[in-house]
Design a protein around this ligand. Structure first.
Ligand code: VG1
Ligand code: CO
Length: 555
């Protein structure tokens, strides 16, 4: 036992390790995401983490939050980051026990404990395991994803790095709660759920939701997809809200998510979809993704699109105690359907349209311009943290259902009757050759402006451009954020390339059509969008350029 107490690890030495830059460490839509095998290349992770520190100032002796979604390589990466952090002078690390923290929980902790930032280890909804993906995200002191100015600075550092600093020390025990030291850096291993669950209790009416579960006439199924939200959902839904023990399924985080994509949509969450389709289906179904920031909402035999979910939450926020004082404004990513814009107009509050990726909501949230925001890609959130938040969205729905005592389907259909229905779908062409996909976009960039004034079937094109965004808070300009074709009757086609994939390129085509007439709000979604989908393929000459006749994934 050393003179400094039992928790002091043995004396350790800083090493400076020579390295060479990797050219491919530019963060994408949501952090640096690569195959596990690429992160296992010696120095790859270390270079990137040192580049984060090199791009920052003023973190010495300050607090860093650290955790991940528990996927393969999570534990190894945590050990390296602890040792690099200590060697760079970090004062304290708040570490989720077992290396586990959901993305929204990291955001909550950064804000609550005034940390200078957080490192999240996750490739979100991408598959895990030795053959799967891994990722590193850096969040800044407001709790949100680093803005582009920061990710670009990290990238610039990664291209010039010549060495990194790391403690030569034995591995740290990350599975016992409590505090220890790595040289002068304190490591507090914390319960990953407690602070987050406490925040949820402040926002929602837990008594009302508990009564709903206790009534016996309401059943729910929550599929954690063997990803990070299992422990959160067991604690919040079952222990604090009293839902029966079988409510949360696949609740144990696994290194490879049980071999499946932890992506909560109709395709990858098919077990849940099947369970919600049967005669004895529960009343409410939900799932979330690898790192817990996405959500899917289902009623009995009924799917709520993420775009509609955002609109329904905004329209019903007055029923939820944490939001009953009203919303300052709302925002959605550009490709997300405009359903929430209608609610904003009705509420006489502003609405904003941002590029894809949560980082663009940060300034609007910090400035108090918006309270709720969301994306079509199963992400919904509010000003309670600075990330999208899967379980938060589920609790928001539960709170509304308990206050209104109507079903998910009744609520959504009533919403459509009042505001009109936005038929919406995203068609993905995955695993394309990168050059081919870039050519599709480049050609559209050339040709799209000429579409204005033309007709697509019955739709007349009123706007066609390459979307750019001027941030109203810091006046930064972000360009080339998707090509959009907007029609007079509010039909819309959007094209963009994914920035989260790790193999080839994925072309996303987003389709939207508006239907005001309640007697025509009951069509099959894909059927309702079929002519727009055909037009979208034709305009971009998808088959000719890619050889693909149909999308590989429809959500
Ligand atoms: C996708 C989604 C985007 C989301 C991002 C991160 O990005 O489209 O809306 O913000 O994933 O989500 P892209 O560039 O592949 O379209 V997550 O849950 O990976 O943090
Ligand atoms: Co995610």
């Amino acid at each position: 036992m050393s003179a400094n107490g039992p928790s002091l690890l043995r004396t350790v030495a800083v090493k400076t390790i020579s390295t060479r830059p990797f050219e491919d460490q530019r963060p994408g839509t949501s952090g640096l995401r690569k195959k596990v095998s690429e992160f296992q290349v010696p120095h790859y992770l270390e270079n990137f983490v040192q580049s984060i520190f090199n791009s920052l100032e003023g973190f010495r002796d300050a607090t860093l939050v650290l955790g991940g979604d528990g996927r393969f390589h999570n534990r190894e990466a945590i050990q390296s980051i602890l040792k690099i952090g200590a060697a760079n002078g970090v004062g304290r690390v708040l570490l989720g026990r077992g290396g586990i923290l959901s993305t929204p929980a990291v955001s909550c902790l950064i804000r609550k404990y005034s940390a200078f930032g957080g490192i999240i280890l996750s490739a979100s909804h991408n598959p895990g395991g030795p053959e799967g993906d891994f990722g590193v995200k850096f969040n800044v002191s407001n709790g949100g994803p680093a803005p582009e100015s920061v990710t670009e600075a990290i990238y610039a550092q990664s291209r010039n790095i010549r060495s990194y600093r790391i403690f030569d020390a034995a591995d740290v025990d990350i599975d016992q709660l409590g505090c220890m030291h790595l040289d002068r850096m304190a490591i507090e291993v914390i319960n990953p759920v407690a602070d987050y669950a406490g925040l949820m209790e402040k926002l929602f009416d837990f008594d009302a939701i508990s009564e709903l579960f206790a009534s016996g006439s309401f059943r729910m199924r929550y599929d954690a997809m063997h990803a990070v939200t299992g422990p959160y959902a067991h604690e919040i839904l079952e222990r604090r809200l009293g839902a029966p023990a079988e409510t949360v399924v696949n609740g144990e985080p696994l290194l490879d998510f049980g071999g499946k994509s932890p992506d909560p949509n109709l395709v990858y969450a098919h077990d849940l979809v099947a369970a919600m389709s049967g005669r004895e289906a529960p009343d409410f179904g939900a799932a979330s993704d690898g790192d817990g920031d996405r959500n899917m909402i289902l009623g009995r035999r009924f799917f709520v699109t993420p775009s509609d979910s955002l609109a329904v939450l905004a329209a019903n926020a007055r029923f939820v105690s944490g939001y009953s004082e009203g919303l300052s404004g709302v925002a959605r990513s550009m490709p997300t359907s405009r359903a929430v814009d209608r609610v904003a107009a009705h509420l006489h509050i502003p609405h904003y349209e941002t590029p894809t990726g949560w980082k663009y909501f940060g300034n609007l949230l910090d400035a108090g311009k918006i309270t709720l925001c969301g994306e079509e890609s199963f992400g919904t959130g509010s000003d309670h943290v600075r990330e999208k938040d899967g379980l938060w969205a589920v609790l928001f729905w539960l709170n509304i259902l308990s206050a209104r005592r109507s079903s998910v389907e009744q609520l959504t259909r009533a919403h459509w009757r009042e505001y009109g229905r936005h038929y919406y779908s995203r068609h993905d062409y995955e695993g394309l050759d990168k050059e081919v996909a870039e050519r599709v976009i480049a050609d559209l960039q050339e040709s799209i402006a000429a579409l204005k004034g033309q007709r697509i079937g019955t739709h007349e094109v009123t706007l066609s451009d390459d979307f750019s965004y001027l941030d109203p808070v810091d006046r930064s300009l972000t360009e080339h954020q998707g090509l959009r074709i907007v029609c007079s009757d509010e039909a819309r086609i959007v094209y963009r390339l994914s920035g989260t994939g790790t193999e080839g390129a994925t072309l996303r085509i987003y389709l939207e059509r508006y239907e005001r007439d309640p007697s025509r709000q009951d069509l099959d979604c894909q059927a309702a969008l079929a002519d727009l989908a055909a037009a979208a393929r034709q305009i971009a000459r998808i088959e000719e350029k890619t050889g693909r006749r149909r999308p590989s994934l429809i959500t």
